[in-house]
Design a protein around this ligand. Structure first.
Ligand code: COA
Length: 323
């Protein structure tokens, strides 16, 4: 058995901050941000919490699929920015959608989280442990951002996306995943609790960045490791780059995606992007893009789709499945 997508949904907050808005907060401008990242705006939560946005995306996926929420037996929420450490966001989603029979938990691998959650769901289904799994990526990066740090605040946005997988006979799903804890300092985000602790230690220090990032280091990592993990999955599947209809990559930076396409000698038109509108919503980028493509009618039965994520950890992963 494999998990086939039978419904998708997404939610982004209505409040929009475009690049000109940011130029009033920090020393930056629309031209710099667009040229270096491809980002034009980001949606930012006001009253919305991470788990509430996850629930909204899930409700939309349930509505589209037409399934009874009682059929869902597992809810996985990939997030690194839930408003509570416990209970987990998955339990909040369960309550919101009325999936009384579901087990659920959150998992955190930052921006790679959704791809890993999707892989976990596929493993549960192929093992016969679950039949219907809700997989969500949701993050409110605006809560972690230091809005005075121009090197990071321009990159991120908030949102959530969800897919429902249902067990069916079908072409196997192929996946690969990696981590490199040695490279952890390249990209770190501090929880509110730990933030206070660090500020105490750094008393008097002016810098209060909650996300620390070696931008160029992360850029190089992504451009090297994403093609590698895609090739790894293709080799395992006995498929080639030409067989793939779409490469749905984590939406961090247009230049990263273009460089990955170039390394793979594949036309960039096979790499859909929506980061101009939403920026990097961390674990939510991939499912938001899947939902947009699905609702536009771009995804049809039998297409081969490659997902790939990368981010803090460092972590990176890819999955090949048939729509
Ligand atoms: N606006 C204007 N200037 C800015 C700026 C901003 N928002 N942020 C930085 N700069 C300045 C720097 O201070 C620097 O100035 P200097 O040359 O006078 O020192 C200059 O722009 C170049 O900075 P640099 O950091 O070298 O730019 P870059 O080309 O590496 O681009 C990133 C920076 C962050 C856009 C890029 O490294 C990147 O996208 N990395 C990947 C990050 C990512 O995707 N992280 C999430 C992964 S999940």
């Amino acid at each position: 058995m494999v998990g086939k997508i039978c419904g998708t949904g997404s939610y982004v907050p209505p409040r929009v901050l475009n690049n000109d808005d940011l130029s009033k907060i920090v020393d930056t401008n629309d031209e710099w941000i667009r040229e270096r990242t491809g980002i034009g705006k980001r949606h930012v939560a006001e009253a919305e919490t991470t788990s509430w946005m996850a629930g909204q995306a899930a409700l939309r996926a349930v509505e589209q699929s037409g399934i009874d929420p009682a059929e869902i037996d597992m809810i996985l929420v990939a997030t690194s920015s839930s408003e509570t450490v416990f209970p987990c966001a998955a339990c909040e989603v369960q309550k919101m959608i009325g999936a009384a029979g579901a087990a659920g938990y959150d998992l955190n691998a930052a921006c790679t989280g959704f791809v890993l959650a999707f892989n976990a769901a596929q493993a549960y289904i192929s093992a016969g442990f679950c039949r219907t799994v809700m997989v969500i990526g949701a993050d409110s990066m605006s809560n972690m951002i230091d809005w005075t740090d121009r090197s990071t605040c321009i990159l991120f946005g908030d949102g959530a996306g969800a897919v429902i997988l249902r067990a069916e006979e079908g072409t196997p799903v192929y996946m690969a995943a990696h981590s490199d804890g040695e490279k952890a300092p390249s990209l770190t985000g501090l929880s509110r609790h730990r933030r206070g602790w660090v500020e105490e230690l750094e008393e008097g220090a002016e810098k209060k960045s909650f996300i620390h990032m070696d931008g160029q280091g992360v850029f190089k990592f992504a451009v090297r490791k994403v093609p590698e993990v895609i090739e790894e999955v293709l080799e395992e599947a006995g498929s080639s780059l030409e067989d793939i209809d779409y490469f749905i990559l984590h939406q961090a930076n247009r230049r990263i995606i273009e460089a990955v396409a170039k390394r793979l000698k594949t036309d960039v038109s096979k790499f859909p992007m929506n980061l101009e509108e939403y920026a990097n919503t961390s674990a939510a980028t991939v499912p938001i893009l899947i939902d947009e493509m699905n609702r536009k009618g771009m995804l049809t039965e039998g297409q081969k789709i490659m997902l790939a994520g990368f981010g803090a950890g460092l972590t990176w992963a890819a999955t090949l499945f048939e729509w």
